[in-house]
Design a protein around this ligand. Structure first.
Ligand code: A3P
Length: 335
């Protein structure tokens, strides 16, 4: 049975000279960041505007490092998403599909440790990781908008799988997540204040709508490279989505595997009910840069339509109106 290699092994020992060079590189990115437009965002942290999107200060240098140093391979698989739109679920599914011969690491490792985020798990802590030691296909995730992806990803032609969700659930999920992980120094604004920031685009990797629209258009322009999923549609018809996903990432299921129930087994393994009850996801931490985020923060309700419990009719109307305006003419609806 093949063993899984942890992404932490990509942080190989470096000479003092290399370490200093990498630190200087990140310092330069931090200096550039300090010159960018800034607003107070969710969790009362500063958000910086880079290439039209808003980023928290702790992650933006990592984004710049990815843009300048990440070299994609055509065999890589990239999962892209706005925050809180089903990334954990899709990470699990992609990992399970690609590693279906393993005795399953997902049972005792958090999905975020198995499919790391480029910009805050790999290009973090002033380090440039050595990614060539990872087995092929290398699996990565990112929240970076399509227009800011490194050219090497676009040139490589590697499959990019995008997942998004209706903005009402995305906002409510983000609100709960940031409340859960916020520390005393960064207490959260009220739901109403956060809502205002979200609508104005000043949320992590926002404007939400622009993020979605860029990947939507890319999926129409380059359907062989970008696959676009909606969380709600995946919930409604998971088998079809998982089979299409497997084909798209070049690990299709054989008829025999389908008959043996491999697809159903993967769906069950990656289900909200299963993952959220595992000890590793109830009690452990997932490492993001130097910070550990409680694994259970990534599992809340896993339902479609929870927004109806939090948003007022005015808020609903406003979000729907923005979606209509932003997506008008592009053939995209998000519910
Ligand atoms: P809710 O807050 O609405 O419950 P992300 O993984 O991008 O951070 O998104 C988190 C959202 O996906 C949360 O939504 C979370 O509960 C839900 N989620 C996590 N794991 C899931 C799974 N295996 N299946 C379906 N939804 C899942």
């Amino acid at each position: 049975m093949a063993a899984h290699i942890s992404f932490k092994q990509c942080f190989v020992p470096k000479t003092k000279e290399q370490e200093d060079k990498e630190e200087t590189t990140y310092q330069r990115y931090t200096e550039i960041m300090s010159t960018l437009p800034r607003v107070r965002g969710f969790a009362l942290k500063n958000l910086y505007q880079h290439q039209g999107f808003w980023y928290v200060d702790s992650y933006l240098p990592g984004v710049m490092a990815v843009q300048n140093h990440f070299m994609a391979h055509s065999s890589d698989i990239l999962l892209a998403s706005p925050p809180k739109c089903g990334t954990t679920w899709l990470k699990s599914l992609i990992f399970a599909i690609c590693n279906r011969k393993l005795l399953h690491p997902l049972l005792n490792v958090n999905p975020h440790q198995l499919v790391p985020f480029l910009e805050f798990q790999l290009y973090a802590n002033n380090q440039i990781p050595v990614l060539d030691i990872l087995p092929s296909p290398r699996l990565f995730a990112t929240h970076i908008p399509y227009s800011s992806l490194p050219q090497s990803i676009l040139d490589s032609g590697c499959p990019i799988v995008y997942i998004c969700r209706n903005p009402k659930d995305a906002f409510v999920s983000l609100w709960h997540f940031l409340n859960k992980i916020s520390t005393e120094e960064s207490t959260m604004p009220s739901l109403e204040e956060a809502f205002e920031m979200f609508c104005n685009g000043a949320s992590h990797y926002g404007p939400f709508w622009d993020h979605v629209l860029e990947y939507w258009r890319a999926s129409l322009d380059r359907p062989q490279c970008v696959m676009f999923f909606k969380y709600e549609e995946m919930q409604a018809e998971v088998i079809g989505h998982v089979k299409r996903l497997a084909e798209f990432i070049r690990c299709p299921f054989s008829l025999e595997e389908e008959k043996e129930g491999v697809v159903d087994e993967i769906i069950r393994l990656c289900s909200f009910e299963n993952l959220s009850r595992l000890d590793v996801n109830k009690a452990g931490d997932a490492l993001f840069g130097k910070t550990g985020i409680k694994s259970n923060s990534f599992f809340r309700k896993g339902k479609v339509g929870d927004w109806s419990n939090y948003l007022t009719p005015n808020m609903i109307e406003r979000l729907d109106r923005i979606s209509e305006q932003k997506f008008h003419g592009y053939g995209l609806t998000l519910g």
